[in-house]
Design a protein around this ligand. Structure first.
Ligand code: PHE
Length: 339
């Protein structure tokens, strides 16, 4: 048995030494050391040995096993290193190949113009305020002097979550949040999404964007409102841009006005785009109603303010001469890549 062991020993060591592939080495390990391998086969016959022989042979077998294991593992390290070397030599990178083009994302036109408007107002000392899109009836209507059953609610039908909670129809709700939380002087704009249950067409969408503005301080007049809006429009549409205020009605401002902007196309002459008017209606505005101020805990005999709200889509469409609002929401890359 001793001879057999020694034979396996020298055979295995030689085979390991001359072995030149990882796969062959693995097979070799199984052949000599595995459960069905040569060494195990011999050890299974240990029972036949005498009590004196058994420990001697046992010791020898263990030593041989350890020897072979070490030889295999050393060879394995060597072969793996060699394989790596070959792989590295083969896989050189051709740095002269042209790279894969990366397509860079762009800002959405609504974001571009919204950012621009924020910049303009921040330049005039305004803060940016934010408010919830899921809103209490109170903030969207009641605190804005639109009690339940007020007829003006009909023009702003929306999506109701409960009788009392709805998707806001106007960013004017943010006026109330700001006035509840901050003492005058107040100077904010608040851009954001608003909702109305309108059917989709070229000029309507159940989701659109508004930018609200609110200024409250001592001695604020309509002249401040007009000056601020004129400044905004000049920056947006060019220095020769003029605006026009027409009397209107909003429950939360008094007096109220609709604000028209000189047609960007004909500069006031009258053309196809402005339907011969020379001006295009762009936003609603007015002096904050004393009732709204008082409701928010602001003394209307000391403070006055103005507010305005404009549809962002409309401004973007004028800006880029886009004729269909749906283009802004369809996310067609062929459209969006033009900005
Ligand atoms: N919230 C009004 C609307 O959506 C616009 C507006 C805002 C009017 C602020 C006056 C003052 O039509």
């Amino acid at each position: 048995m001793k001879n057999e062991l020694e034979k396996i020993h020298s055979e295995a060591m030689e085979a390991a030494d001359s072995c030149d592939s990882i796969k062959a080495l693995d097979e070799l390990r199984v052949k000599y050391l595995g459960k069905k391998g040569g060494l195990t086969a011999i050890l299974k016959q240990m029972g036949k040995l005498s009590a004196e022989e058994r420990p001697v042979i046992g010791q020898l077998a263990n030593k041989i096993r350890a020897d072979i294991e070490e030889a295999v593992s050393k060879k394995m390290t060597l072969l793996k290193a060699k394989e790596q070397e070959i792989k590295l030599a083969k896989e050189t990178i051709d740095i002269t190949l042209p790279g894969k083009p990366q397509s860079l994302g762009k800002l959405h036109p609504l974001t571009i113009v919204s950012n621009e408007i924020k910049e303009i107002f921040m330049g005039m000392g305004f803060d940016i305020a934010d408010g919830p899109e899921v809103e209490y009836d109170y903030y969207n209507f009641e605190a804005l002097n639109l009690p339940p059953d007020h007829p003006a609610r009909d023009t702003q039908d929306t999506f109701y979550i409960t009788d009392n909670i709805l998707l806001r129809t106007q960013t004017s709700s943010v006026q109330v949040h700001v006035m509840e939380n901050k003492k005058p002087p107040i100077r904010i704009i608040s851009p954001g999404r608003v909702y109305r249950s309108d059917a989709v067409d070229a000029t309507h969408s159940p989701l659109f964007h508004q930018v609200e503005g609110l200024v409250v301080d001592k001695g604020i007049t309509m002249a401040d409102l007009k000056g601020t809006l004129e400044m905004l429009m000049k920056k947006l549409y060019g220095d020769d841009c003029k605006i026009r205020l027409r009397p209107h009605h909003f429950p939360f401002t008094e007096p109220s006005a609709e604000v028209d902007v000189m047609c960007f196309n004909c500069h006031g002459e009258g053309c196809r785009i402005c339907k011969g008017e020379g001006y295009i209606e762009l936003l609603g505005a007015g002096m904050v109603h004393p009732k709204v101020l008082e409701g928010c805990g602001i003394d209307s005999s000391v403070y006055s303010g103005f507010a305005f709200g404009m549809g962002l889509e409309r401004i973007v469409m004028r800006r880029y001469n886009i004729s269909d609002m749906r283009l802004l929401f369809e996310n067609d890359l062929r459209f969006l890549e033009q900005f």
